[in-house]
Design a protein around this ligand. Sequence first.
Ligand SMILES: Nc1ncnc2c1ncn2[C@@H]1O[C@H](COP(=O)(O)OP(=O)(O)OP(=O)(O)O)[C@@H](O)[C@H]1O
Length: 257
Amino acid sequence: MAENERIPTVVADNAHIIYKVHSSASPGSGSPLASFKRMVTSAKASNVVEVHAVKGVSFTAYRGEAIGLIGSNGSGKSTLLRAVAGLLPCARGAIYAAGQPSLLGVNAALMNELPGARNVELGCLAMGMSPAEVKEKKDGIIEFSGINERGDFASLPMRTYSSGMAARLKFSIAAAKQHDVLLIDEALATGDAKFRRRSEARVRELRADAGTVFLVSHSEQSIRDTCDRSIWLESGEIRADGPTDEVMREYEAYMRK
Ligand SMILES: Nc1ncnc2c1ncn2[C@@H]1O[C@H](COP(=O)(O)OP(=O)(O)OP(=O)(O)O)[C@@H](O)[C@H]1O
């Protein structure tokens, strides 16, 4: 492990992420076609507002680390995670990642009309598993998700699931594979206490198997239980980066003010 500890998996080098938002007019009244035309015309003529969500962020994540991303609402945590996943470009600077990071919940594009069990198969195939591997893992994934605890939900379409059940299934699919870099956005907070314990244990396993895990959560407990390092973002900038205990103390003191 000592050898593995210093192998970089994600490097952010002065990364800036900027959203460009059209400040277009509302659709207004009239026929749907007229409203749509008005929106397209006004969007073309509108001002583009820039939201500078991540400002000059630099860090290096190493293999074997689980890193918590904390910060108040709108501080840029999800944006940074999406950029690490390669879903958002950097306006300046860069983010380099080893392999293809997997953003839990986004990569698993589940189909609402299909049963959970079929989604497990498709999700696993999409992550690059062979059909034989999918067959071997499918039942374990459904069991881990716990969606069948109150009936045979795995054979029902996903649209009949609560948002918590869907999130649990997505987590279970994603966590069935060893990832170089696994990005988790609030997923652990969606399940009940029992599922949370199971998923936290799985995150620890994934980490022990030498991946890097990033966890965005407002649950202090999840971060403390899962991550030994934390990065605190505020207004898109890094305020602290270090051992979770220390960073959490600073963050809590800031929040109390
Ligand atoms: N798709 C988008 N288009 C424009 N601005 C966005 C978009 N998504 C986020 N933002 C803005 O970027 C900033 C950072 O948002 P982000 O969702 O990354 O914060 P967060 O720390 O994850 O927040 P929360 O804790 O509330 O989930 C905010 O100012 C937000 O309004």
